[in-house]
Each structure stands twice: as structure tokens, then as C-alpha cells.
Ligand binder design. Structure first.
Ligand code: DGL
Length: 248
């Protein structure tokens, strides 16, 4: 039997859980939304790491065999420390610059992420590997996390907030946009209406799900549990978490 812990600063990580359950439907999951401390994007690496330790300790106490850090900001800030301090496998997130650089036809890749992700050495290293091959235009998805946490996924206000960060990337000629935050896939329908035909959006969640399966198999951790299902937990109100879970 196995339990997989999955956490994010809020409900955004459900976009990763959605893809994981497509390929590992008979597994037991505990999803934790740290929404009482959300957003992480402007917080210090130390603050985020302390939160990740507390969440990992909780997951271990619940019998987790592996943990998915379903948060680009937390992965960038804390996953190396977590891996050095805990014996169980961690699977993290990173902006999908590589597939975007491969797929772009205009030669311009747009990256939407949080400030914490964009300034982290982990991302800067990835960016540096492709900066010669393509032009990378970046924007913080300002207000995107707050929209999703408020379940405001459409409407004039949400469109104005999303357009304010997305349009500059489109204006720079980006034809491939990386969703570098796990909250952002929930705003994808809105982004697709804003973007012209031919613009591709890349959500790394399916690749993360495949990576988790590989890690479990490589670690001898079962892919199923006799009591499959999802337990939702949160540090703050669980209203958004429960509502968003019905959408995945
Ligand atoms: N879902 C988190 C990510 O992928 C958002 C972090 C935040 O709370 O700002 O970065």
C-alpha cells in the first residue's frame, strides 16, 4: 500500500493532482493546500522552506511514501533542502522551458510564473540553457494566484488581470507560453480566448505525473492502494479547495 502526499501554497496543485490521477487512479492521496500562508511567490526562500518542512512532517505522520511539491515556487526554494533532510522521494515542478524552446516557431517563448520562481537559481539555470536558442520573455502572473484562490476563473475583472500579464508576452511575439505556476492552468480557458490562433500553452503537469510514476516504480513503491482516494487538507478555509476539486 502507498500514500502520496501532494501540496501547494493553495489549490493550484490540484492541476497536478488531476494529471496524476489520470495515470495512477488507484492510489491514495493526501492533498494539502497551505492557503493560510498563500501566496508564496513574494515570500523568502527560508519562509517557504520552513513551510515545506512542516508540511512534509505532517505527510510523514500520515504515512506518505512520496511527496509531490506541486508548486514551482516551493520547488525552486526548497526541494534541494527537503531532499537532503528527508529519506522519502520528492517530485517537484519546473517551468517547461525545454519543450517550449523546442516547439516555438516564432523563436519567442513566453514564461508566466511567480516572482519567486523567476528569480530562483533553479529557473535561471534552465533559462540559461536555452537563451541562445530562443528569446525568452517573462512576466509574473500578477494577481493570478489570488484569482484562482478566490475561484474567480472568468469574467471582466479576471480577464483584465490575466490580459495585463499575458498581452506583453504576446506583443513580444511569443507563440508558446509556459504556465510556470500550478494555479495558472485553471485560467487557461481565459488565456486561450485572449491569445490569437496558433499560440500554444504548455502545462507541465502531465510530465510531472509521468515522472511520479517513474519515481514510484524506481523506488519499489506500489502504484495502487487498497483504499484509493483523495483526502483534502488545508491550513486555512477549505472552501476553494473543495469547489476546485469538483472541477478536476
Ligand atoms: N502554485 C504556486 C506555484 O506553482 C503558486 C505560488 C504562490 O503561492 O505564489 O508557484
Amino acid at each position: 500500500m502507498a500514500t502520496i502526499g501532494i501540496f501547494d501554497s493553495g489549490s493550484g496543485g490540484l492541476s497536478v493532482l488531476r494529471e496524476i490521477r489520470k495515470i495512477l487512479p488507484e492510489q491514495r492521496y493526501i492533498y494539502f493546500s497551505d492557503n493560510a500562508h498563500c501566496p508564496y511567490g513574494e515570500k523568502s526562500a527560508q519562509y517557504i522552506t520552513d513551510r515545506c518542512r512542516a508540511i512534509t512532517d505532517m505527510m510523514l505522520s500520515e504515512g506518505a511514501s512520496a511527496v509531490v511539491v506541486a508548486c514551482n515556487t516551493a520547488t525552486a526554494a526548497a526541494i534541494a533542502t527537503l531532499r537532503s533532510e528527508y529519506a522519502l522521494p520528492f517530485v517537484g515542478m519546473e517551468p517547461a522551458v525545454k519543450p517550449a524552446a523546442t516547439g516555438t516557431r516564432s523563436g519567442v517563448v513566453g514564461v508566466l510564473a511567480t516572482a519567486g520562481t523567476l528569480k530562483a537559481p533553479k529557473y535561471l539555470n534552465i533559462k540559461g540553457q536555452y537563451a541562445d536558442a530562443v528569446r525568452i520573455a517573462e512576466r509574473v502572473g500578477k494577481g493570478f494566484v489570488e484569482l484562482v484562490e478566490a475561484m474567480e476563473l472568468d469574467g471582466p475583472h479576471a480577464e483584465a488581470v490575466v490580459r495585463a500579464s499575458l498581452q506583453p508576452l504576446l506583443d513580444e511575439g511569443a507563440d508558446t507560453i509556459v504556465l510556470g505556476c500550478t494555479h495558472y492552468p485553471f485560467l487557461l480557458p481565459l488565456m486561450q480566448r485572449i491569445a490569437p490562433e496558433g499560440v500554444t500553452f504548455i502545462n507541465p503537469a502531465p510530465a510531472v505525473a509521468r515522472r511520479l510514476k517513474d519515481v514510484l516504480q524506481g523506488s519499489g513503491i506500489p502504484l495502487t492502494d487498497p483504499h484509493p482516494g483523495v483526502e483534502l487538507r488545508s491550513s486555512g478555509s477549505d472552501t476553494t479547495l473543495k469547489k476546485l476539486f469538483t472541477l478536476i
